[in-house]
Ligand binder design. Sequence first.
Ligand code: GLU
Length: 428
Amino acid sequence: MADKSFSAFQMAQTQFDQVAEKLNLDQPTRELLRMPMREYHFSIPVRMDDGSIRIFRGFRVQHNDARGPCKGGIRFHPQETIDTVRALSMWMTWKCAVVDIPLGGGKGGVICDPHDLSQREQEAICRGWVRQVARNVGPLSDVPAPDVMTNAQHMLWMLDEFETIHGGRFPGFITGKPVGMGGSLGRTEATGFGVIFTLREALRELGIKLENTVASVQGFGNVALYAARLYQQLGGKVICVASWDQTDQAAYSFRKASGVDVDALLGITDRFGGIDKNKARSLGYEVLPGEAWMVQDVDILIPAALENQITGENVGNIHSRVRVIVEGANGPTAPGADSVIRERGIYIIPDFLANAGGVTCSYFEQVQSNMNYYWEKDEVLSKLDTKMTSAFQAVHNLAKKNKLYMRDAAYIISIGRVAQACKDRGWV
Ligand code: GLU
């Protein structure tokens, strides 16, 4: 997000336009799907702990709800922009469609840096965000969830505000709630685990034994953490993780050739996934520049941080050994890098397929909330595995049959489903 010239929304539209062309989609459907249907921009006044008032900008974008209520997270980030939220809302539409859950795409955000905000100030932002859009979101229209730098506590504050405004209990309004307060077991792990379920299937298709592979991961937030953990439980070895250093305002990569100890690193990590580099050194990690995670001599790359990380400029630095890139983040690969990845024959598991585990489990959470009956963790994770595996197989088989790049195959399935829903409803 630091690159000012980069537009995530332009990237999302470019990807869409290319597939719309391939699908020979009619003009009104293209016009409808390349823009969000609705968006809300608003100000959130907050009384800070020192008594001053600060105004935060908030957004909610509803890209498409033809297949069901809009669904998608709310990000807290100092560099958040409406452009990024638009792109992410569009990717949510494709994400829900590729795993075939009855939800559309939405996304929200607030321009703020939670590193510098007390819990009370964050609570005020959450409640203020809901007050601004309380009439435009809800269990039957648009269901938020956590995303970058938001968590279960933020969701509960938002739910409480929504229920206060609407006078009732509406646990289906928001997902990623704390377990015991309407949350689902397995939701915290779901995105990272889903990434690894798709990776496991890809390696099976490629005839590569997961336990013989080595990976490098960008990020050490929720997605990266659970992806690294499950991958290592299945026998793989992570030798490098990268994380953001708030004090230096820079990213670093942490490498250990014998394998990263995820739990030891977690012990020296702040609540946003920032690893303390001095403590990491004393645990035997080499501290390398932020981009070093990408040039490692590994079989698998897992970008699980932010968008626009693998670009036309740096894609050439990827090691010749890399066989698979599995995108845990949303939009980590810019279109300029896709053609190179494709030419090099690297197998890519595109973001809106690879990281769909989070929203799939959110859907399970909604179902459980609405029934007021909660499943055991094993049941949740096994249903998640089934969904992710069948979505992966559908995309892989289409790519294989029609010799398509995996990203294009995933888009063809998703856009086809959403376009059909718009037609069925008589919109286009
Ligand atoms: N924020 C997550 C995503 O980008 C989860 C969204 C959700 O659960 O609604 O997929």
